[in-house]
Ligand binder design. Structure first.
Ligand SMILES: [Zn+2]
Ligand SMILES: [Zn+2]
Length: 212
C-alpha cells in the first residue's frame, strides 16, 4: 500500500497526482455534475500504483459537489447506476468516483481547490490510518461488504481519513458543513473507504463507505 501526502507544491496541467487541478479523463468522459446541476469539485486524482491488486495502472478521480456535502449510505446490494441515483434519504448524487486508463487533460482547472501535487510513498503497518491507496481497510466500526449492480463484490481501493482537509482557493466560499474555514472535506468529513468494482463494469462503478 502507498501513503498519499498533500504537498505544498503547486500542480500544473498534465500532473496526474493532484488535489484540484486539471482532471485527466478518458476521451468520452466529461467533468461530472451533481444532480443539482453544479459542476463537481475535483478533490483529488492519482495513478493507482501498478502493485495494487485489481486496480493497478488505473487513473482514479474523486469528485464531490461544491454545495452538497453529506455522508453516503446505501444497501449492501447496490442498484443499477448507483453512482448517479440517490441511494439514501439525502436524494442527491453529490459525489462521483471515476477510474479509467485514458489520458485526456481537461483544459480548465478545478475552480474551488488549490491545485497541489500529491506525493505517494510506500507505506507500512503504521500508516493504516493514513490517506492511502491499496492494502486492507482499517475499519473503525464493523467491516462492511457491498455488491456492485453487476454482481461483483466491490474491492477496497483507498482510504480517506476523517476530517482530511483539501486546501480551498481563498476566493471561494467556505464549504457548507465544513470542519475548517480554509479547507473542503469529502462526505462531511467521515472516514471514507473507497470500494470499486473489480469487473470494471463502468468507469464510475465505485462506492464510498462512510464510518465515524
Ligand atoms: Zn449539488
Ligand atoms: Zn460492477
Amino acid at each position: 500500500m502507498h501513503a498519499i501526502e498533500i504537498t505544498s507544491e503547486p500542480a500544473v496541467a498534465g500532473d496526474r497526482n493532484t488535489v484540484g487541478g486539471w482532471p485527466i479523463l478518458e476521451s468520452k468522459q466529461s467533468w461530472p455534475d451533481c444532480s443539482c446541476g453544479k459542476r463537481m469539485v475535483l478533490f483529488f486524482q492519482l495513478d493507482v500504483p501498478d502493485d495494487i491488486a485489481d486496480f493497478g495502472g488505473e487513473h482514479l478521480l474523486v469528485f464531490q459537489c461544491p454545495v452538497h456535502n453529506e455522508a453516503c449510505f446505501g444497501p449492501a446490494q447496490l442498484p443499477e447506476l448507483y453512482w448517479e441515483k440517490p441511494t439514501s434519504d439525502y436524494e442527491m448524487a453529490h459525489w462521483r468516483i471515476l477510474r479509467h486508463r485514458g489520458g485526456v487533460v481537461v483544459e480548465s482547472a478545478d475552480a474551488f481547490l488549490q491545485p497541489r501535487r500529491l506525493l505517494l510513498r510506500d507505506a507500512g503497518p503504521d500508516d493504516k490510518w493514513a490517506f492511502r491507496v491499496g492494502g486492507k481497510p482499517a475499519w473503525i466500526q464493523d467491516a462492511e461488504v457491498y455488491t456492485c449492480a453487476c454482481g461483483a463484490g466491490l474491492e477496497f481501493l483507498a482510504q480517506i481519513p476523517e476530517n482530511l482537509g483539501f486546501p480551498k482557493r481563498p476566493e471561494v466560499p467556505e464549504q457548507d458543513g465544513a470542519f475548517s474555514e480554509d479547507e473542503y472535506g469529502l462526505l462531511l468529513g467521515n472516514m471514507t473507504y473507497l470500494l470499486a468494482c473489480p469487473n470494471h463494469c463502468d468507469p464510475a462503478a465505485a462506492w464510498p463507505v462512510n464510518q465515524h
